[in-house]
Design a protein. Structure first.
Lengths: 482, 482
């Protein structure tokens, strides 16, 4: 590569707009420059590129093992949902109808088919066939699949697209108690995934009625807070109760021979969480990936001239070999790019640790580890590199979480009056306040501030509603939302 | 469970029609009774149930590791394909158009969208954007996804459905030589997958022009032979050459600065292969799974009465613990079913090894291993159970392959005249014969016998076409096909 080409490449990399200057544009540029995703030639759709998909695979792997260890099996249900199914549960129908895409009716088709906006109806029609006795319960099925919701709002890669990927778990139980335990179990597994793997702290609580999943008794949501002052729902776990059991006639015979309706849950997490990872941890140099979900945890960059090339590449290959048993490492031995160019590129892609190895390092039997999050450079003895790398990854994972947690804590503010609430929302805060429980107050807040109740912290017997001043029933979190 | 209930359950299990009596009906019953898949409430669609999906996960896991170790990364492209894309490559368009399902046009849509029947076009539009220089090559991307082809023929679970799951690999290369190497590499990986994991021997060769993938230079197919005398295509690897590169304008600048078109391949394997596993290995008792793709490799069945229950269950749990580090084992300790009932159920589900453990076995410090394929019962010392189980699984894997290979060899017959060919096809054989290379002879064969050329064995300079008698160019395999 010539000096001129290199300069152009560097400029290209540097063209990322600062996060503080235009957050939304920074996000759009970063997602594309880090090769996470790209706009598709279909309005509203995205292409998840290999690097972005590899992050999704990390998330899938962690969660899939977790749910399988707690009684869930995977399956695959059709993309197509008969229209009559969507009509069966009226709340569910009204909730999803505006966003449903339909298949053009074929000559031989008896009815209209929707592309699944979620799979409760198609799955529960089968559950009604499969469940006969208490022996068939609990039934816990998950699927990893694509989902279609024809959004009309502007497209945002990962965050708002007409097709996205997710997992949806659907369980049926003999008792309400088991059902509620399941809802909590999955919510807690999501919390662990989001907090320990994605390094994003969340507030977890029930949704208000207006934000509850269409057809559920209640929804537990995991809410994260983005640097631009907006809440982002990371995952939800729904207690469906017996709504769907009634309309799909899902009954079982209990041990005493009595026929009963099952109790159900559903729960999901989608590729939009990757968008949250980008927003929470990314910086002006590009993506910053938590080591636990990084497709490449460490990149080895050999630094050499013509005289030292052979030796440095040999040592680099040895180092890769030594590390790859325990870590995801990549040796960037491309001869056509300079080390500086590579530094920029891997910083843009958010690789947690850069390992530099040059002739002097080899002489001193050392390498240099560079942390992506804080830029710290640390010479490490060759004999200690595995230990040092493991430690650096752990520290970075912790640091990202700690920073995000501090940001969240610093941005949750209590409001006692509606004026305070308005001001805090305007100042991009998440607002903790008393609420009377009436949807009128929720709606008024939305109208005046565009903020909604992200979730309920808990019940309270004291305090007054921040909107109407009447006695409060719950303490809730208000924020603008993605 | 009462005696009467047990009898009913046993009858239910036994109701599988013999394989030799009505092969097609046997297949339909088996797929449902073994809980592999079920008909969906949408005409032409299937539900892949957890047990069937677990087999797909085994196949995915093996192949995904294999392709990742040879330079492939996964990604995800949209389900929707703009109509104009499908029109770009005329052969491709004509090949898929009859089976395309379309999305109902929304008010704001500028064009019509197809549901992907395959993803060449949507992927290569992106490749044209991403590929700039020789440094970007080879580009190798795979995706695991759902595919929609609106079949009009009768539905067959796994074998012919309007939606199915597959992987599709799409690569771009700098030279024709690399491109052809890639086509062969993937075909060989499929062969290894199908033969060593699914225990199904295949014939591998190029397709005749009429059966070549729409838009490819040539297609290499892996053809298996089913017990009902029909060929089943297990996977294909296509040399696309520069057809798509031309129409999607996928160019790169080579090391000398010259602009060139890329060379491309695509290759796929779908859930229909599970149908082949069922047909090839299944018997009158149900499914028989090759150990390498069995979700449960061994099932432990405790045999006890009230006096011995505690001890037997304790020892069974110990045994599971001992085995589960190395094998996929399941302990069927359900108290509500008798051992006999369980034997039937697990035989239906094709679990390779049953491990019986009763009071006498415990006294003798042994267990009994029972092979699903040959029914052999073998007492094994407790201390040798891991070794014995590993060996039994290996032997069963080998035995299934050997049997299928013998069946294939015994059913390939040479034909020198068209009359011989007709007779052999009528007698459910796969016919090896000379062919002149002209499509007229292929069409005539199809009209008269419904058999098609499954693949080409190789070129030949001797012999006469089995149809027209003119000098032959190739030796080919004819068979009826799924």
């Amino acid at each position: 590569m010539t000096k001129k080409q290199e300069k152009t490449a560097k400029e290209e990399a540097e063209r990322l707009i600062p996060k503080a200057e235009d957050f939304s544009e920074w996000y759009n540029q970063l997602v594309q420059k880090a090769k996470l995703a790209d706009y598709a030639p279909i309005s509203g759709c995205m292409i998840i590129r290999p690097y972005g998909f590899a992050i999704w695979e990390k998330i899938q792997h962690w969660f899939d093992q977790k749910i399988k260890a707690t009684g869930v099996t995977n399956a695959y249900f059709p993309l197509f949902i008969p229209e009559r199914f969507l009509h069966k549960e009226s709340e569910h129908f009204e909730g999803f109808m505006p966003e449903v895409a339909w298949v053009e009716k074929k000559d031989d088709a008896e009815e209209r088919y929707a592309l699944r906006p979620t799979s409760e109806t198609i799955m529960y029609d089968a559950y009604a066939k499969w469940i006969r006795s208490w022996r068939d319960l609990p039934l816990r099925i998950n699927q990893w699949c694509n989902i279609v919701r024809w959004e009309v709002k502007a497209t945002r890669l990962f965050l708002r697209t007409r097709e996205f990927l997710w997992q949806e778990g659907h369980t049926a139980h003999a008792t309400e108690e088991e059902c509620e335990k399941e809802v909590a179990l999955r919510a807690n597994q999501y919390k662990e995934l989001v907090e320990t793997q994605m390094a994003i702290p969340v507030i977890m609580g029930k949704k208000s009625k207006s934000e509850t999943f269409a057809g559920a008794d209640y929804t537990i949501a995991l809410e994260a807070f983005m640097p631009d002052g907006r809440g982002l729902q990371m995952a939800t776990s729904h207690k469906l109760g017996q709504h769907f059991a009634k309309v799909f006639d899902i009954k079982f015979t209990d041990k005493e021979g009595k026929e009963k309706l099952v109790w159900q849950t559903s729960w999901g997490l989608s590729t939009r969480t990757i968008g949250a990872v980008v927003m929470v941890h990314g910086d002006d140099k590009g993506l910053v990936l938590p080591p636990n979900i990084a497709p490449i945890q460490a990149v080895i960059i050999p630094i050499y001239d013509n005289d030292t090339k052979k030796k440095v590449l040999e040592e680099s290959a040895k180092l890769r070999k030594k590390l790859e048993a325990k870590f995801s490492v990549y040796l960037d031995d491309r001869d056509s790019y300079s080390p500086g160019w590579k530094f920029n590129e891997w910083e843009m892609q958010g690789v947690p640790i850069r390992i530099e190895i040059g002739p002097k390092d080899i002489k001193n039997r050392q390498v240099v580890l560079v942390r992506r999050d804080i830029g710290e450079k640390k010479p490490v003895k060759e004999s200690e590199v595995e230990h040092a790398l493991a430690k650096a990854l752990d520290l970075m994972q912790e640091n990202l979480y700690r920073k995000a947690k501090e940001f969240l804590s610093a941005n949750i503010k209590d409001a006692r009056t509606f004026e305070e609430l308005e001001k805090l929302i305007h100042n991009k805060k998440m607002v903790r306040a008393h609420w009377c429980g009436y949807s009128e107050c929720e709606e008024k807040t939305k109208e005046k501030t565009t903020a909604t109740i992200r979730c309920i912290e808990g019940e309270t017997k004291e305090g007054k509603c921040v909107v109407c001043g009447k006695p409060a029933k719950t303490m809730v979190y208000f924020a603008k939302a993605y």
